[in-house]
Design a protein around this ligand. Structure first.
Ligand code: FAD
Ligand code: MG
Ligand code: MG
Length: 308
């Protein structure tokens, strides 16, 4: 698929979710539909009207996690809506109906030791979504090695011309409750605008939409991880341990969370591969429930040993 094709796919995916009859389905669907509408309004009315997605003015921060993947699906759908659907209604229809982008400027700061299986997913998904992914040097031989410094290097180098960066942060993340959908960086960061249109999403909204999407997701989420940092600093979420938590077991025996979304997923994606079935994943799958069995935002990071 080209960027135009995957963007159209994401537009139709979001439309399809919005068309679900939220009144007869689980309440989370209705709530997620509202969450999607708000995110879409931010992109179409507040963001694309001030910063052009063309010419590298907007970049996307991507680490393969569930939150930025959800946001990326919506971002791509909004690009299609902005350049094709909306333009198609205007008098300039034909001229603008050509989707004008071939790749999406994006950044991955590879600071901590990343799970190899996640690193593979980042690269595979970057190819699927046509990300032109800048990866910060993992070694940091020259200069300080922290997120702000790595973003400075990006802006001084290939990201020159970037004025705003999309971030998949949510209100329930550490220090997230004071954030705003559009705000400048803090003084100890290089100066640019943070675009944070996913702030209002709860964990349940993320899982409902992501599982419905049928898109390939990081394998780690299938074996009990709910929030992924460095290898050293992350374990599966202890609240999902199959043997210890009878509550979780009961859930498993009853109706699985988000089973409706999984059964009715948008299109059984031809690329949703069952590869990476390494022994390690197998043994974790025996021990842990899938990450989406946990929807208590306050426990999302229980498998994170330290911040990172
Ligand atoms: P996660 O859920 O892991 O990350 C939230 C989102 O941050 C992800 O969806 C992704 O979009 C982005 N992200 C996280 N890690 C990476 C990575 N390694 N590479 C690329 N993207 C990543 N904090 C401040 O205190 N002041 C600031 O001004 C500030 N500006 C920021 C600007 C950008 C572009 C980014 C990405 C982060 C910034 N932060 C800033 C930090 C931010 O608020 C989060 O603390 C940080 O993203 C880490 O998130 P997390 O690991 O807690 O959660
Ligand atoms: Mg997150
Ligand atoms: Mg993180």
């Amino acid at each position: 698929m080209t960027l135009a094709e995957i963007s159209r796919h994401c537009y139709e995916l979001a439309q399809s979710y919005l068309d679900l009859d939220g009144s007869t389905l689980d309440g989370v669907i209705n709530e997620t539909q509202n969450a999607i509408r708000l995110t879409r309004d931010y992109f179409l009315e507040d963001i694309f009207t001030r910063w052009s997605p063309l010419d590298g003015e907007i970049s996307f921060s991507y680490n393969g996690g569930k939150d930025c993947q959800v946001l990326l699906l919506l971002y791509l759908g909004c690009l299609w809506e902005f350049f094709v659907v909306q333009a198609g209604k205007s008098q300039y229809a034909l001229q603008f109906q050509l989707f004008p982008m071939h790749s999406l400027p994006s950044v991955f700061i590879n600071l901590d030791e990343t799970f190899p299986i996640l690193y593979r997913f980042i690269n595979e998904s970057a190819a699927r979504y046509h990300l032109e992914l800048y990866e910060s040097c993992p070694q940091c031989n020259d200069g300080p090695c922290d997120m702000p410094s790595q973003f400075r290097r990006f802006l001084d180098g290939p990201g020159e011309g970037t004025r705003a960066i999309v971030i998949g942060v949510r209100y329930t993340d550490p220090f997230g409750d004071q954030l705003e959908p559009i705000q400048r960086t803090d003084s100890n960061w290089p100066d640019f605008v943070r675009l944070q249109p996913l702030l209002h999403w709860r964990l349940s909204n993320v899982w409902s939409f992501l599982l419905y999407s049928g898109e390939p997701i990081s394998e780690l989420y299938k074996v009990g991880f709910t929030s992924i940092g460095s290898i050293e600093g992350t374990t599966p979420n202890p609240h999902l341990l199959r043997t210890k938590h009878s509550g979780a077991r009961e859930k498993e025996e009853g109706r699985s969370p988000f089973q409706w979304e999984i059964d009715h997923r948008y299109i059984a994606s031809a690329t949703a591969r069952e590869e990476h079935s390494e022994e390690w994943l197998q043994s974790l799958a025996e021990q842990y429930l899938p990450g989406w069995y946990l929807t208590d935002d306050s426990l999302e990071r229980a498998g994170r040993l330290k911040k990172g």
